[in-house]
Design a protein around this ligand. Sequence first.
Ligand code: PLP
Length: 443
Amino acid sequence: MTHIVHRNLREAPPIAASGRGIWLRDASGHEVIDGSGGAAVACLGHGHPHVVAAMKAQIDRLCYAHTALFTAESAERLADMLVGHAPGGLTHAYFVSSGSEGMEAALKIARQWVIEAGQPQRTKFIARRQSYHGNTLGALAAGGNAMRRAPYAPILSDAFSHVSPCYPYRDRHDGESDADYVARLAAELEAEFQRLGPQNVIAFCAETIVGATLGCATALPGYFPAMKAVCERHGALLILDEVMSGMGRSGTLHAWEQEGVTPDIQVIAKGLGGGYQPIGGILVHGRVIEALTKGSGTFKHGHTYQAHPVACAAALAVQEVIRDENLLDNVKAMGALLEQGLTERLGNHAKVGDIRGRGLFWAVELVKDRASKAVFDPALAVNECVKKEAFQRGLACYPMGGTIDGKHGDHVILAPPYVCTGEEIGMIVERFGDAVDAAVAGL
Ligand code: PLP
């Protein structure tokens, strides 16, 4: 009998008893490779000695001080490390406890910016369909995933509207070139600005690589520059949500580094603290902070646990490890191996429609029929079946997708820790391939 409101109210998950490196062990002693780092979180795996030591040292020194009274040394050092060199003009960081809180902060600082900039009539955000920005009500309203929004639609803000994501696997027209597809998406965004009145739009929000709701869907070259050009034309901000794809997961510290754009506000979380502590945040462009500093002189927002000293110490240590162990190089090298392994093992599989991703962030989209891209009946929960089959074989992976619009297929995400080896990638591919075979056998 459990007293926790688990995700599945009918079946409690196994108790996670211990973790070491890329391995997790449950209370019965069953060991699995943490092949997706939870939801692309555990970027260093488990029990990294540098992070554990940094957390212990911080706990011994100071566990908590309220940010209305104090700043913490760990928070200052973390901000300095992330934005002290102003990557892409991002000069300031604001730390919260999750990705959703980060998204809320991004939306609010963007709204405050237009007020301070003398444009209070700007009250609209444009985001994308099939996106996920978090589960708190503001972040959920920004997200365009029909299944997650449906129960709450009557209580979601109407400040958000949605345009198409960049999703060539399903949405590109027959014979359409990359450039034509990108131009069509830019025209759609432009039309949405015009519909809302360009002077009324605060920002365009997008995941740099779509995570949970489209399965590691990367944008086509030129897509983000085209979108940013539309935003700039109308004086709106670009908010990039890198909660899943950021902090090294894509092979560069920020996924936008590979897209030819810089955001005005960037949301970060999972790879920031690697799961060692709950932490998320936003990185903010200097001009946004300057307007607030010269204007009201305050960001009208705040949480009791923002910039928590222990969370910031953990995140600082995680980022030091990524830097000092040259893990971005390993992400690129192991990511190439993972892509190759998945392609060799599943590239011609009758039920695999697409294999896509970047760095150590890969998804396999499962379909009933490769030629027509027909999706499985969501009631079959094929993604969950893959998860279960993989778990039995000693691999944890992250099942997602299978939507109520019948248009998007089940997908399963692999996002191994940045510290994984080639041998471990081989084990992940083998176990995952066998799990897919077992899950779709007879379907
Ligand atoms: N944004 C993106 C892109 C995410 O993938 C997630 C979580 O999966 C969130 C926001 C919300 O983060 P959290 O679950 O930490 O609130």
